[in-house]
Design a protein around this ligand. Structure first.
Ligand SMILES: *[C@@H]1O[C@H](CO)[C@@H](O)[C@H](O)[C@H]1NC(C)=O
Ligand SMILES: *[C@@H]1O[C@H](CO)[C@@H](O)[C@H](O)[C@H]1NC(C)=O
Ligand SMILES: *[C@@H]1O[C@H](CO)[C@@H](O)[C@H](O)[C@H]1NC(C)=O
Ligand SMILES: *[C@@H]1O[C@H](CO)[C@@H](O)[C@H](O)[C@H]1NC(C)=O
Length: 405
């Protein structure tokens, strides 16, 4: 322990004395002999070490007694510090001993060990004693568990678990499902002693289920049980190749058709197929037509049944022959529109070229006439017709010439 500095205390010697007294009292208070813990809980069959606190150090003897009185007949064991030695007393059962620090060591606690204990510590300064009281709790054995069934239909079957504790003492029983505590409610009913748990289950409550026995100190749980839970089918779907549109499959004659039915259930559904109300041979989820004929046309029904839940669902589709004449989708309409546009452009272009050709013809014809008109005029400005006349004049018939001479 550190004393306050002289500078602080030097001013007042009266204060110094008071402070020293206080420190002495405090150190005496911390040195108070005690047992730690004061009232321990022991578990049958386990080892326990009872600590001593506030004991003086150095040349110290420790003696432990049963009960709250230090009578010779109650003495368990004593430790003599010099020379180090141990003395056993008449109350010793062979399971009690003391360490060199004065701690009581009990190997394999028994139910009868519960009660008061006293330790006496002797040092050259004198002797002190401390008393404590222990409680002993039954060591718990693993409880057994049984269940009336290993499988159950969701929401339907009642399952009944029973816990068999293997301890006779005062114990509590708690049930667990998926590691969460189960409590009495809509789903589960507990017996007043919690030994039986009764209720229905859902598909998400397979387990593990177990019971746990406990006292305020320890707990022990049983082995766990799991259930097979049957459920569904909740829904059915029918897919096909070629695909189904609006409850219809269309396929060309001679082509293959496949229908696949699916459900989610436990155990797996059993399948049946009907064609126009007549049972087909297939007992799987798939129905196959390798080459479609007119005889295959009609209504198909897939029926799925869960043998455990007895829930039956079905789905229906109709198979038709695909006809080229009608378009099963909107795409050809777009094509016709395109064709219309294409043809319109073609017709317009044709008309335009026709008009163009005609115009050219007419214009060029008129131009040729004009050309002809001008071209046939000679240097004398006479037309062809005059030329002809002129030629006729240059080559006069003899008869005419003679007449002219
Ligand atoms: C107690 O412990 C000491 C030291 O471990 C040992 O020497 C002594 O024999 C023990 N006494 C009994 C009664 O078991
Ligand atoms: C411890 O016990 C021995 C034997 O009884 C005794 O001789 C010795 O004086 C004791 N020592 C103390 C410090 O009491
Ligand atoms: C409990 O299980 C144990 C084995 O773990 C067996 O020896 C005992 O007989 C069972 N007790 C009951 C009440 O079923
Ligand atoms: C039964 O279990 C409930 C919790 O589900 C618990 O509060 C109650 O103390 C238990 N009773 C017994 C006798 O185990």
């Amino acid at each position: 322990m550190e004393l306050p500095s002289e500078a602080l205390l030097g001013t007042c010697s009266h204060c110094q004395r008071l402070l020293l007294t206080a420190i002495l009292l405090a150190s005496m208070a911390t040195a108070q002999l005690d047992l730690s813990p004061k009232n321990p809980d022991w578990v049958e069959g386990y080892r326990f070490i009872w600590r001593v606190s506030g004991a003086p150090t150095g040349d110290v003897n420790y003696t432990w007694y049963r009960g709250d009185r230090t009578m010779e007949t109650n003495m368990l064991v004593s430790y003599i510090s010099s020379p180090p030695s141990w003395i056993t007393g008449p109350a010793n059962t062979g399971r009690e001993n003391v360490t060199a620090r004065g701690f009581l060591n009990i190997t394999k606690v028994e139910m009868r060990d519960a009660g008061n204990y006293t330790v006496v510590v002797t040092s050259p300064e004198g002797s002190q004693e401390a008393t404590g009281q222990s409680r002993v709790w039954e060591n718990l054995l693993q409880p057994n568990i049984t269940v009336n069934t290993t499988s159950a239909v969701e929401f339907m079957d009642i399952v009944n678990f029973t816990c068999y504790p293997r301890n006779s003492g005062n114990i509590q029983i708690q049930w667990y499902q998926n590691y969460w505590p189960v409590s009495q409610g809509d789903q589960w009913t507990l017996s007043p002693d919690n030994r039986t748990l009764t209720g229905w289950v859902t598909r998400f409550q397979r387990g593990p289920f177990y019971c746990q026995v406990s006292n305020p100190i320890i707990s022990e749980r049983s082995l766990s049980k799991s259930l097979d839970i049957y459920y569904g089918p909740d829904s059915i779907s029918l897919k096909s190749s070629p695909p189904t549109y609006g409850g219809r499959i269309e396929s060309r004659l001679g082509y293959g058709v496949e229908m696949v039915c699916s459900t989610s259930s436990k155990p797996a559904s059993r399948y049946r197929w009907l064609h126009n109300g007549i049972a087909l041979e297939s007992t799987t989820s798939i129905y196959n037509i390798s080459a479609m004929s007119w005889a295959d046309v009609g209504t198909y029904r897939c029926i799925a049944e869960n043998p455990k839940t007895q829930i039956v669902l079905y789905s229906t589709v109709s198979l038709r022959v695909y006809e080229d004449s009608h378009f099963p989708s909107g795409i050809p309409y777009v094509l016709t529109q395109r064709l219309v546009i294409f043809f319109s452009i073609g017709v317009s272009l044709g008309l335009l070229s026709l008009i163009g050709a005609l115009t050219f013809y007419l214009v060029s014809r008129r131009y040729c006439v004009m050309l002809g008109y001008w071209g046939q005029r000679d240097w004398k400005g006479r037309t062809g017709r005059d030329k002809g006349k002129a030629i006729l004049k240059r080559n006069p018939s003899p008869r005419v010439s003679s007449t002219m001479r």
